[in-house]
Ligand binder design. Structure first.
Ligand code: M1P
Length: 253
């Protein structure tokens, strides 16, 4: 932790991860990390909010040593929180929200749907069960980087994820779940309201004068849209990690 954090302005800069601080599912570049944890953090509080689970965010931020330099780390949109150098016990989970019977019907439907589609390649780990969400990947999360990039292109042409979401919505109308395409090869499934705004509730008692949010998927349908347009944040749309740094330079000037 910083020696004198109280000298900082009571303003939080909160960042999405993929596409905002890193290339999707890649590690943060050293100059971006240094800018954030040294230059920016000397003036402002800094935090992360990602759709990914904690282990993926930790890997992308090059481990706990770097993560500990962020004042707040919200993985799975805030359902899993890392604060003061430690993971906090989750307050809610999708498991208890849905119950085993509904969960299994849902997972079975997804696996049956996937068993009927053919893609250029299919690998493993199609359903990743997390604390606050289920992540579904038609190509499978164990694909390589090249296969990931290939699926991303294929999906833009053939709308594999969009069509699968439509089929799920038709099968389970009114189930209270949101489907969010935040990355390249998968979509997240979580209860209504457990999007990135979830972390704002956890910040309510922290007394920030302003929360600046930086994200790339800010358009309707993107997983940064809700928090970007929320009245509790000042939203900044970015196009890449280097654009994020340019916009932060302006904030610092
Ligand atoms: O952070 C955005 C998304 O990153 C990953 O997506 P993908 O593997 O499809 O590129 C996932 O961890 C996803 O949950 C997350 O929303």
């Amino acid at each position: 932790m910083m020696s004198n954090p109280d000298s900082r302005k009571k303003i939080l800069c909160l960042f999405d991860v993929d596409g905002t601080l890193t290339k999707p599912r890649n590690a943060i570049e050293p100059h971006i990390k240094d800018f954030l944890v040294s230059k920016l953090r000397s003036k402002y509080y800094i935090g992360l909010v990602g759709g990914s689970d904690f282990s993926k965010i930790s890997e992308q931020m090059c481990g706990l040593e770097v993560l500990s330099k962020f004042d707040y780390v919200f993985s799975e949109n805030g359902l899993v929180e890392f604060r003061n150098g430690a993971l906090q016990p989750p307050v809610q989970s999708i498991q208890s929200y849905m119950g085993e019977e509904k969960l299994q019907k849902f997972i079975n439907f997804c696996l049956a749907y996937l068993s009927k589609i053919t893609l250029p390649v299919k690998r493993g780990n199609f359903v990743e069960f997390r604390t606050g969400m289920i992540n579904i990947s038609p190509v499978g999360r164990s694909c390589t980087q090249a296969e990931r990039d290939e699926f991303d292109k294929y999906d833009k042409q053939h709308l594999i994820r969009k069509k699968m979401i439509e089929a799920i919505e038709k099968e389970f109308p009114g189930i209270g779940l949101t489907y969010s395409i935040g990355g390249q090869i998968s979509f997240d499934v979580f209860p209504h309201g457990w999007d990135k705004r979830y972390c704002l509730k956890l910040l309510e008692q922290e007394g920030f004068e302003a929360i600046h949010f930086y994200g790339d998927k800010t358009d309707p349908g993107g997983n940064d849209h809700e928090i970007f347009t929320d009245e509790r944040t000042v939203g900044h749309k970015v196009t890449s990690p280097s654009d994020t740094i340019s916009q932060l330079e302006q904030l610092l000037s």
